[in-house]
Design a protein around this ligand. Structure first.
Ligand SMILES: [Zn+2]
Length: 138
């Protein structure tokens, strides 16, 4: 590892055509999630077919970016050099649909303020073409 590894903040995903809407869509300031064109079900993570009606008419749409904390843990282990600990790993349920949840971090919210049921909103941390969706107290 070179010295530049000390400045690494996050491990970034490999962008594919299947996940580009999610990781790069934040360039317009909005979170994009797949939605079924036949029944309206929101789909995350990516699936080629709707899990509810099996339609393959799925395409990304912008959503409100609002949600609530469904669960969280506080990580104290410095797994990634340069990523300051402790930090919150949160499971956020999106406002649009029950049981559609994202794993995320909440670096702008004090750890002691994070609780299950906390209303949150998305913001993005840009890194090249990727806009990492993160959440903060709404
Ligand atoms: Zn459907």
């Amino acid at each position: 590892m070179s010295d530049s590894a000390a400045t690494v903040k996050r491990l970034l995903p490999q962008i594919t055509e299947a996940n580009r809407h999610f990781w790069c869509g934040g360039a317009d300031g909005r979170l994009h999630i797949l939605r079924c064109g036949a029944c309206g079900t929101w789909i995350h993570p990516y699936a080629a077919r709707c899990p509810k009606c099996r339609s393959d008419s799925v395409a990304p749409e912008a959503i409100s970016g609002l949600g609530t904390v469904a669960g969280f843990t506080i990580n104290h282990q410095p797994w990634i050099r340069g990523l300051e600990t402790p930090y919150v790993v949160a499971l956020v349920e999106l406002a649009e649909q029950a049981n559609i949840r994202l794993m995320t971090n909440m670096p702008r919210t004090p750890i002691e303020a994070v609780r299950i049921g906390l209303p949150v909103k998305v913001f993005f941390e840009p890194d090249g073409e990727i806009f990492v969706p993160l959440f903060e107290a709404a």
